[in-house]
Design a binder for this molecule. Structure first.
Ligand SMILES: [Zn+2]
Length: 262
């Protein structure tokens, strides 16, 4: 259960092309009906927030947190200290006690890091991943994923959607499918690249070692082996490609700082 509910963000490339709920899930014969329902089913900001909180509550319920007092928990707390109000956002952080090398964010500003990531990365590398996740929140990337998953969940049973559910965004019967989809959602190549750029600027803004993003992605590329190489031309940017982009940014920043100090 834990596995299937993980949002594959950092390691999104491993599975190849990104998910497309609309096409993947629907049988040919009901596409038109669902498309009609999907058009009508637009999430308001309030509904979006409510569903986002439900999604993260579900994840929090399913994943143990590294206990306070554990050295890794202390290290994590020190890293995220002061980031609760970042760039106009209200953020909260948890460190899941699971071995996956991963992290995710939900649109309400909940950022979750898996212990596996802390094991293999330095502090600045972890921060570069956190900066990337904050980018997804700030740039509202998940909104698209939520809207898509919501349209599908509501469209599957259009009669139940928005009627007879008395104040609920989705009926209970629809919620499970919605959560499964949204928690497995992958971002587009463009969104990942935009978050990488945001994360890099986050590192510069805070005076963290901005070279750490390159080394973080290099580690992920090594972890993914052939999958990472194969995905260079796939829908999702592979880690090697992202490491290269991070290196180019860091080199440019080095030059900028050298010039400024002249
Ligand atoms: Zn991402």
């Amino acid at each position: 259960m834990k596995k299937t509910l993980l949002v594959v963000c950092i390691l999104a490339f491993a599975a190849g092309a990104h998910a497309d709920f609309g096409r993947k899930m629907l049988k040919k014969d009901n596409v038109t009906a669902v498309q009609k329902a999907a058009k009508a089913a637009t999430l308001s900001d309030e509904e979006m927030k409510e569903l986002s909180l439900q999604a993260v509550a579900e994840m929090d319920a399913q994943n143990p947190v590294v206990p306070d007092g554990d050295p890794m928990a202390k290290r994590f707390k020190a890293l995220v200290k002061g980031l609760e109000s970042e760039d106009g956002l209200s953020l909260n952080f948890k460190l899941y006690n699971v071995a996956d090398v991963n992290a995710f964010a939900t649109p309400d500003g909940s950022i979750r890091v898996m212990a596996g990531l802390m094991f293999i990365m330095t502090d600045d590398e972890v921060l570069s991943v956190i900066g990337h996740e904050i980018g997804h929140v700030k740039l509202k990337h998940a909104k698209k994923q939520y809207q898509k998953a919501y349209s599908v969940a509501a469209g599957k049973d259009a009669a139940a959607a928005n009627s007879g559910t008395a104040g609920k965004v989705l009926a209970d019967s629809q919620l499970g499918k919605f959560l499964e989809d949204v928690l497995n959602a992958k971002f587009s190549r463009n969104d990942e690249a935009a978050s990488d750029e945001y994360g890099f600027e986050f590192m510069v803004r805070h005076g963290y070692d901005y070279h750490a993003m390159e080394s973080a992605f290099t580690k992920l590329a090594e972890l993914s082996g052939d999958e990472g190489k194969k995905s260079l031309k796939a829908t999702h940017p592979g880690s090697a490609e992202r490491a290269k982009a991070a290196k180019d940014r860091a080199d440019a920043q080095d030059r900028k700082m050298k010039q400024a100090s002249r």
